[in-house]
Design a binder for this molecule. Structure first.
Ligand code: MF3
Ligand code: CO
Length: 259
């Protein structure tokens, strides 16, 4: 791996072997999210989702990225309804009409991959479904936009426009990130146009794009557990995420899921 320098930023340019490791890790992560997502049904606790993810990691011989990260206790984050990110799994039983974001990361051959899905439990409100669809559309368009030669700013703008067009909020306090030997690396990948336009993308960079959006106001607060962020106004929130590789032609999703 070579290091690309731009200003104060240091960004790893992954070589063939690095990419192979991240592809394999990402595929395993996609499988875990797919299975845990299928398991998310009314009556199941978010801790059971976490335990299933941990069991799959052991079976597939990968390590959790989250567990132990600044003391984080679990292998997934489970964010129910107004919870935004970093929700600690608990004995809360999912119920009909809930939406739950499952965020997970694995380490395979010393490389991290990071991805999140949002699942509706039973029948959810049309508004909740629209919020999920909008986050997914923003992520898809962001990935289609990503290519060598553009700045991070362009990706951020695409996400912001799609989300705000629908009247939804874009969280400012939490952003996507570069990823490699560490889960969080340069550069930051905001979901909104920032003053800092960010670096120019190069072939071989790997980034985690993660629109984090809210039904109403984008302000968040930290709950008493010291980890979970929730919306201040109690409105619903959705996060979806993929780890991608910048290629000569555009971008490749590394955290693909079975279809
Ligand atoms: N997946 C989160 C992110 O995208 C990080 C989880 S933080 C942890 O940045 F503490 F929960 F590990
Ligand atoms: Co992330």
């Amino acid at each position: 791996m070579k290091i690309w320098r731009e200003g104060k930023l240091r960004i790893g340019i992954k070589d063939k072997e690095d990419i192979k490791a991240m592809r394999e890790g990402g595929k395993i992560l996609g499988k875990i999210l797919y299975e845990v997502g299928k398991m998310a049904k009314a009556g199941v606790t978010t801790l059971e989702l976490d335990q299933h993810a941990e069991k799959m990691m052991k079976e597939m011989n990968v390590l959790p990225s989250f567990k132990g990260y600044h003391g984080y206790p679990n292998v997934i984050c489970a964010n129910v309804n107004e919870q935004v990110v970093h929700g600690i799994p608990t004995n809360y039983k999912l119920k009909d009409g809930d939406i739950v974001t499952i965020d997970c990361g694995v380490i395979h051959q010393k490389f991290h991959t990071d991805s999140a899905i949002t699942v509706g439990i039973g029948s959810i409100s049309p508004d909740a479904q629209k919020l999920i669809n909008t986050a997914e559309k923003a992520l898809k368009k962001a990935i289609e936009t990503a290519r060598p030669g553009i700045r991070i700013h362009e990706i951020s703008g695409v996400i912001q426009d799609i989300v705000e067009e629908q009247g939804f909020g874009v969280v400012r306090d939490l952003v996507g990130h570069g990823i490699g030997h560490e889960m969080h690396e340069d550069p930051q990948v905001p979901n909104f146009r920032d003053k800092d336009r960010g670096p120019i993308l190069q072939t071989g960079m790997t980034i985690a794009i993660e629109p984090i959006i809210t039904m109403k106001k984008p302000d968040v607060k930290l709950l008493k557990d010291g980890w979970t962020f929730a919306t201040k106004d109690g409105s619903l929130s959705v996060q979806v995420e993929h780890t991608i590789l910048i290629t000569e032609k555009g971008a490749e999703i590394l955290t693909t899921r079975p279809t």
